[in-house]
Write a new protein. Structure first.
Length: 254
């Protein structure tokens, strides 16, 4: 790790948007602490600027160990997240809580553990990755949308209290990216969440998603996280990907 180079710690780097974001920051010459639940060192190009660490954002001991091992960081990217597609009435509350554990409380816990360091240094940026589901309502993702919308409200409030210490908060809102492991990683959790009564509706939603032309690529998200991390204004929202950018524009015109 180079001492005079900026350092980003990124959660959920084993696949998808997080992995590409780690690649992007490395290519930009930053030090990258790529964190994963199960560290795999061969996913990213070998580099003296890369440090791969174990981190499960739902476990306080894992958060403390990873931050201790990481040393000083300039940017925290809370990218780790899990998906959930299904009819809400069929979704066990234990599953809803699981989603919040990672997508919402995991983000909050990472922020709480990092803020004291940023505050003392009077510098630092937190980038929270939410979703285009916060820009417009989509069907059959009510619990997931709730978990991400909570992060949007949380971040907007936190931005105010941290501004006095020159610590910035950014929200990156990716659109639908079928090329990541998002759906595969959620498959088991989603079993049985489309009861027969919802099947025709779910079928029409799935075929609509299959026909979507505006999608989000991993590189869209990585580039947007990079821009957000380097943005020195008070701008909070950064939609990422053609579909998310279109939704954000439509919302502004309402
Ligand atoms: N793809 C989409 O359509 C889409 C759209 C909007 C927003 N997003 C958001 O974008 C982010 C990245 O998703 P993706 O599409 O790149 O999906 P992905 O390929 O499934 O990547 C998600 C990452 O999060 C990690 N993760 C899950 N639970 C974790 C935990 N408890 N602690 C630490 N890491 C954990 C996964 O690690 P493991 O390998 O250990 O499971 C994986 O590395 C998520 O926050 C997601 O909600 C995705």
């Amino acid at each position: 790790m180079k001492r005079d180079t900026k350092t980003a710690l990124i959660t959920g780097c084993s696949s998808g948007y997080g992995l590409e974001t780690a690649r992007h920051f490395l290519a930009e010459g930053w030090n990258v602490i790529a964190t994963m639940r199960n560290p795999q060192r061969d996913l990213l190009p070998a580099s003296p600027h890369l440090h791969v660490l174990a981190l499960d954002v739902t476990r306080p001991d894992s958060i403390a160990q990873a931050l201790e091992a990481a040393g000083p960081i300039d940017v925290l990217v809370n990218n780790a997240g899990v998906g959930l597609f299904g009819a809400f009435e069929a979704t066990p509350m234990s599953t809803v809580r699981d989603i919040f554990e990672t997508n919402t409380f995991g983000v909050m816990a990472m922020c709480q553990a990092t803020i004291p360091r940023f505050r003392q240094r009077r510098a630092g940026v937190i980038v929270n990755v939410t979703s285009s589901t916060t820009l417009a309502p989509f069907p059959l993702v009510a619990a997931y949308t709730a978990s991400k919308t909570a992060v949007e409200g949380f971040s907007a409030s936190l931005a105010h209290e941290l501004r006095a210490f020159d610590v910035r908060i950014k929200l990156v809102e990716p659109g639908y990216g079928p090329s990541t492991r998002f759906t595969a990683n959620g498959q088991q959790r989603m079993q049985g969440l489309i009861p027969d009564a919802y099947a025709p509706f779910a079928h029409s939603v799935f075929s609509g998603m299959g026909q979507a032309t505006a999608l989000t690529r991993e590189t869209d998200v990585a580039e947007t996280i990079w821009r957000a991390a380097n943005d020195t204004t008070d701008r909070l929202h950064f939609p990422a990907g053609a579909d998310a950018v279109a939704l954000a524009l439509a919302r502004r015109q309402e």
